[in-house]
Design a binder for this molecule. Sequence first.
Ligand code: SF4
Ligand code: SF4
Length: 367
Amino acid sequence: MEYRKLPKGNEMISVLGIGLGGIQQNSDEVIQTMISKAIANGINFFDLCCGAKNVFLPFSKAIENCRENVYFQLHFGAVYDPITSEYSWSRNLKEIKDTFTWEMQILNTSYVDFGFLHCVDEINDFEELQKNGVFDFLKTLKQNHIVHHIGFSSHTPSVANKLLDTGIIDLMMFSINPAYDCELGDELGIGNYKERQELFLRCQREQVAISVMKPFFAGKLLDAKTSPFKQELTIHQCLQYALDRPAVLTCLPGICSLHDLEELLSFNHATKEEKDYSIIGKFNIESFEKNCVYCNHCQPCPRHLDIGLINKYYDLAKVHDQLAYEHYDKLTKKASDCIHCKHCDNRCPFHVHQSARMLEIANFFKK
Ligand code: SF4
Ligand code: SF4
């Protein structure tokens, strides 16, 4: 399992996490077994916006002997029906406080790793959370070290940018997959490629990490019949695609069964070829055309340049990410080492003129 460090913290988070929004139809025993198995296989990150209330107890039992090694996001605004126990959402401070008190008790914990403003998709959502005192409640919990980090979940770049403007966000949960990034998703894939890419670059520049929801577009990308590309992608390709976006810390697909968990864990043993998502370059999607998506499909470079990484640092440096300059400086092979052999130009399915871009990148960093 690969672990990535939270930029504003010391937590090392597994690149594979689990969203608990679809696990609720299993028995308590099976849920506990699934969580324990995930932890035993190196997963240490969970999204606790649960499909129903019954998930909390088996989750709590699964983490009771390893609480300090497990991290989770708790959503302030996700509430559970007192009769059916099913998930719903609320902006009512009392209801949110009562849910939080119950969650802390059942989870048998004194702290929350990530306290999230839940589902902030419209600017009205954020205004309401401020007006109703939910944002202040979360900030007070952070001051009292009960919540370690503040985050939010959203599907909307313009609203996410407003949240980032507050300067107190450490983690953003956002829906990322190739369909959403090229405007072929559903109503939750908001923003065009440029807006979304700018948001991810901003997050990286401001050291706000991203946890990814819907990496498989609710499973639609995994089946040619439901994929907007009319061709299936594998879970390995979708996960790698999401993990290669700037600022991404972890992916949190939902799992419904032990079989789903095993499939997710198979990512750890997948080969580079199995994770290669450059096939999307062949789908003739205008948004991706001539944009480097950092996939490294154009390897091998005879000069051993990490072409994807060099391009990522370049994109970040262009939006004034100081760390990107430092990271670029540390590379043993830089754009200036390119001999313009054009091997990458011929290999790139996105038709990026990479040899020319290397010249541009070398000149940029020389300045
Ligand atoms: S140049 Fe093309 S193949 Fe190479 S990393 Fe960029 S997008 Fe991928
Ligand atoms: S053109 Fe430059 S970056 Fe591309 S393969 Fe050749 S040496 Fe490597």
